[in-house]
Design a protein around this ligand. Structure first.
Ligand code: NDP
Length: 342
């Protein structure tokens, strides 16, 4: 589409994900473009606006968010704020008639997720959660292989999302702002993969959390969360998430007739997919070659298409709510030291 016909996004919050991924992706999108910014730092926002050709009068502070109402160029907002702020800005966007693409995790409680869904539904606006992996090609190829029966009946997922975190940013270590530690931030990717690969909803979870004693960062939130989800078919998904381990972001999915390994599954780029299948006595191995695409651009273009066509996004608010309910059960299972029903 020519730029003036693309869906205009206002980016809310100019932190790492906004500056390093979302804005560069928006500049590459075919159906979307950046047209406004909302930030607590006027100086930074002015600089970023110049860089992306955004009009100086389309740059606002959080208190002036409602000025977006009269900006016809803005059809949607991309919320890239700390987790606990997603609800407030979704409700404020809905109140001024703007569609919402919000970062993950959707919010910090199921109650907040439900309120966000209700606000957008009342205003007849699209609401999408930024589950970028569901738009990324290698993850999609893995989902296809799982769902078309290429691996036979699924038995196990083993997923890890591990990184070694430094001191900041501080909000990630605040229960109030983040809602939890490694689980909602990065363990969520494993949980969401387990649900999308299997196409099932888990019925029970067991979990263990760990935080190194005496480490100030982990006074309020967990450093590590390990969990096992049980699904109705008998499929089991084991996942590890941690801020204190280097540096795996992969999963292996095993079924009766084959398995697949997706290395760097949850990374921003560089996914490597291998499929292993039993073929008589022999095994076969295949490594599908996929042309690399920017997964953030694919995700944002999907939202833009939904806005243009009045369609429900592939990862709507309900998807974020479902994951939040499961994460709440994972936290309970870890606290109580016994399996929890979901
Ligand atoms: P950052 O801390 O880098 O950025 C958050 C931004 O929010 C700040 O720069 C600031 O922008 C604004 N902000 C407003 N109020 C506050 C506050 N009280 N404390 C801190 N920041 C505030 O975080 P990230 O960019 O890493 O994360 C933002 C969101 O994106 C989170 O929900 C996170 O889970 C998600 N995320 C998603 C990823 C993905 O792969 N999809 C990867 C990383 C994060 P300003 O200075 O402009 O006011």
């Amino acid at each position: 589409l020519p730029p003036e016909e693309r869906v205009g996004f206002a980016v809310i919050g100019l932190g790492r994900i906004a500056l390093e991924q979302v804005l560069p992706a928006l500049a590459q999108c075919r159906l979307a473009r950046p047209v406004a910014l909302v930030s607590g730092s006027a100086e930074k926002a002015a600089l970023v606006a110049r860089q992306y050709g955004i009009r100086p009068d389309a740059v606002h502070g959080y208190e002036a968010f409602e000025r977006l109402r009269d900006d016809q160029a803005v059809q949607a907002v991309y919320i890239a704020l700390p987790n606990a702020m997603h609800r407030e800005f979704t409700e404020r966007a809905a109140a001024i008639g703007k569609h919402v693409l919000t970062e993950k995790p959707m919010a910090t409680s199921a109650e907040d997720c439900a309120a966000m869904i209700a606000a957008c539904a009342r205003a007849n606006l699209r609401l999408m959660v930024a589950y970028r992996c569901q738009y990324e090609q290698a993850n999609r190829a893995a989902i296809r292989a799982a769902q078309t029966g290429a691996l036979g009946r699924l038995r196990f997922l083993h997923a890890a999302n591990l990184q070694s975190n430094g001191p900041g940013p501080q909000w990630r270590y605040s229960r109030r702002l983040a809602g939890g530690g490694a689980l909602p931030d990065i363990g969520l990717y494993c949980l969401n993969a387990a649900r999308t690969l299997s196409g099932e909803e888990p019925v029970e979870v067991s979990a263990q959390a760990y935080s190194p004693p005496g480490d100030e960062r982990y006074r309020e939130v967990e450093e590590s969360m390990s969990f096992t989800l049980r699904f109705p078919s008998g499929f089991l998904a084991q996942a590890q998430s941690s801020y204190g381990a280097y540096q795996e972001k992969s999963f292996r999915l095993s079924g009766e007739r084959g398995s697949l390994l997706l290395e760097d599954a949850f990374a921003y780029r560089g996914q490597r997919l291998r499929l292993f299948r039993r073929d008589g006595e022999q095994g076969t191995e295949e490594a599908p070659q996929l042309r690399p695409r920017n997964q953030f651009a694919l995700e944002i273009d999907h939202m833009a298409r939904c806005v243009r066509e009045g369609r429900r996004p592939h990862t709507p608010g309900e998807e974020g709510l479902r994951d939040q309910v499961i994460m709440d059960a994972i936290q309970r299972a870890a606290e109580r030291g016994r399996p929890e029903p979901i």
